[in-house]
Design a protein around this ligand. Sequence first.
Ligand code: S3P
Length: 182
Amino acid sequence: MRGIRRENIALIGFMGVGKTTCGQYLARRLGYDYFDTDQEIVKHAGESIASIFKTRGEAAFRALERELVYQTIPQLRHTIISTGGGLGANQEYVNILKQHALVVHLYLPAEDIYARVKGNKSRPLLQTEDPLGRIRELLAQRLPVYHTAHVEVTTQNRTLPQIALQILLNYHFHAARRHRKK
Ligand code: S3P
């Protein structure tokens, strides 16, 4: 746990688990800034994620994520960082996030994710004949990296205040532990 900057919390996890909603709520509760990697990319690129994937390709989107991880995230303080589902599936990026934030993995079973995202056209990776199959496949590939977060919190059948409370208790606990070690 050494080296965590207590000033930030980063949320990682699969599409549809609630990273954005939860991140905005936590930022309001703590009076912190809110930084969303997807929103930043859309803002800088001047086009939607679906459009970036279509016109420039997934590799171009991943390069923009990489830039945020290396250039921008290390500068953030007192910020809740919400990440795209693919960013937190990259072990190199999670290791960097862990140096700058308490990293929290939000999770749900594949069926719950499917229920939340079905019919939504904004996620290019799920525009397939069999989105549930795709979710299961991607989730299986990604979970080993998501599991390397500092803390794991389910969002299944839980209210936003309950999820936030569990994250904040961990945040304060880790901060206090760090303080004692000094
Ligand atoms: C992606 C997740 C999306 C977005 C992009 C790719 C992924 O973010 O970054 O569509 O690879 O899982 P959300 O997790 O916020 O949906």
